[in-house]
Design a protein around this ligand. Structure first.
Ligand code: BYC
Length: 472
């Protein structure tokens, strides 16, 4: 079992103690990270005991040790999945060559950019979620929020390790800059669009963990295929933590749907707002918003960047190693969307520049699976309503669809038609005000806010009314 050395100031399984230069660089960064955590991390609760999971080793058994921890004392560290002996590069021009243990000089800039973009999202999400604790719907949910926040902090550490260990002075400058950009800041925004949006309430947060964290899963899985072995190993371990974030999103929205359906049945009404629930139409509008903003995170349909990342062996496809083709894709094609007049059609395009679209397709199929499960909850209650993912062209700001307006059903619309319908498709000010009005903290053990059902089971086999966060 690959244990993690907790005797070190920075827990790690990368033999940090043998590399004085790196150790010094990271030890200099650590207090700056903590300053950032205290000023931009969760508001309040920093001195409370939280029932958190900490990784103690990177194998299947060892990465989840539960105990009460105060967040600033969480052991953020550097954990890479075990090295695979004899690993070779699985795609692109260097297919079959031994994977790189050092940065290939000719790809240095591109690789650094990829790592910085990934790293930037991690603190951004903590910043976006920092005010949520004070309006938690239960102690169970509060604990899950903080678990995600500390792990996003650790994912930042993971990228900073790569920058400091492999990119010298430039890497250290980038590590500093990761703590200086701010989500939503006009002068120093975070790099990608969705990470500058607000996460003002718990419904938005659950949507974010379902839709936006899922982009994380697909991007990390593609980077886990990288020929640059340290990046691959880092991302493989991050994916184990990511699974919990997706669980929080999927079950969280499922619990909201469950509660709404219960209120509809019990009250024999569709007007669940009267009963303190979130109506299915509002849920649909939140889905439309968070899904479309997350689709943008995959970049343009046709991207030479994506083709280059692949050809260089830096970023693969989702489950690259399971695919049965030549892993070079020079002559392959892929079906991408196209605008023909006011219709959305498809065409065959060269596969390499279409890799963003391909990853988006994998993501869309995965998003649909959760929506199907939420619809099963609605069906079980005998309610005739179906939640749906809007068309991929709906409400987009990046790529082909950025210049047009598309309805959830996939019709290209005039500006006037869009303006007169958008309130039916995207959260309105009154939706937001209503959801905000529900955000009253519930902190009694075992109690839940009116708008969300309890989970089916507690964390780590603990009861649902366990004291997940000790507030007194
Ligand atoms: N916003 O060729 P294009 C996560 C830029 S989430 C703003 O189409 P490319 C997490 C692009 O940078 C996963 N700008 O795109 C989730 C490029 O600029 P340059 C994060 C954007 O490069 C929840 C230009 O537009 N990880 O982990 O093929 C909580 C043309 O772009 C956006 C990654 O993203 C945008 N949405 O692909 C916590 C993986 N989209 O180069 C964490 C690393 C594009 O012309 N990143 N642009 O100046 C990448 O693989 C790629 O950078 C992207 C973009 C897929 C994001």
């Amino acid at each position: 079992m690959a244990g993690i050395d907790y005797g070190e100031r920075i827990p790690n399984n990368v033999s940090l103690g043998d590399n004085r230069r790196l150790q010094r660089a990271l030890e200099e960064w650590q207090p700056k990270f903590l300053d950032w955590w205290m000023s931009m991390g969760p508001t309040g609760f920093q001195q409370k005991d939280v029932y958190l999971r900490t990784a103690v080793s990177v194998d299947a058994q060892g990465w989840a040790q539960f105990d009460y921890v105060r967040m600033p004392e969480y052991r953020w560290g550097l954990f890479l999945a075990e090295a695979e002996a004899g690993r070779t590069i699985g795609f692109g021009d260097h297919l079959g060559a031994p994977s790189w243990q050092e940065v290939p000089g000719e790809y240095r800039g591109v690789l650094r950019r990829l790592i910085v973009t990934q790293g930037d999202t991690e603190p951004a999400s903590v910043e976006q979620q920092r005010h949520l604790g004070v309006t938690c719907p239960s102690l169970y949910d509060l604990r899950n929020l903080f678990q995600i926040n500390v792990e996003e902090g650790r994912h930042l550490w993971a990228m900073v390790y790569l920058l400091d260990a492999y990119f010298g002075r430039d890497g250290r400058e980038e590590s500093e800059a990761l703590l200086q950009r701010r989500s939503g800041d006009r002068d120093k925004p975070r790099i990608l669009g969705a990470f500058n949006e607000k996460t003002p309430d718990w419904l938005s947060y659950l949507m974010f963990t379902y839709f936006t964290d899922r982009d994380g899963k697909y991007q990390l899985a593609s980077l886990a295929e990288s020929g640059f072995d340290p990046l691959s190993r880092t991302c493989r371990f991050m994916l184990t933590e990511e699974a919990h974030h997706l669980f929080v999103g999927e079950t969280g929205i499922g619990r909201v749907v469950q509660r709404t359906c219960e209120l509809m049945r019990e009250g024999k009404t569709d007007d669940v707002r009267r009963l303190g629930g979130i109506d299915l139409e509002t849920l649909q509008r939140y889905i439309n918003f968070h899904y479309s903003v997350s689709l943008d995170l995959f970049g343009s349909e046709v991207s030479t960047n994506a083709a280059n990342f692949y050809t260089m062996g830096l970023k693969g496809r989702f489950e690259e190693s399971k695919k049965r083709d030549d892993h070079r894709l020079k002559d392959a094609t892929y079906t991408v969307s196209e605008l023909t007049g006011d219709r959305i059609t498809t065409r065959e395009a060269a596969a390499l520049p279409s890799l963003n679209e391909r990853l988006r397709d994998d993501y869309i199929a995965d998003c649909q699976r959760g929506v199907d499960r939420w619809n099963q909850i609605i069906q079980k209650h005998g309610i005739g309503f179906e939640l749906r993912l809007p068309n991929r062209g709906f409400h987009r700001a990046i790529g082909l669809f950025a210049e047009v307006k598309v309805s959830p059903d996939g019709l290209v619309l005039s500006e006037a038609a869009w303006d007169s319908n958008k309130h039916a498709w995207l959260p309105t000010e009154s939706d937001q005000a209503y959801v905000e009005s529900l955000m009253q903290p519930v902190t009694e053990r075992g109690r839940f806010a009116s708008w969300i059902a309890p989970p089916v089971r507690g964390v780590n086999s603990q009861p649902i009314d366990f004291e997940y966060v000790r507030l007194t």
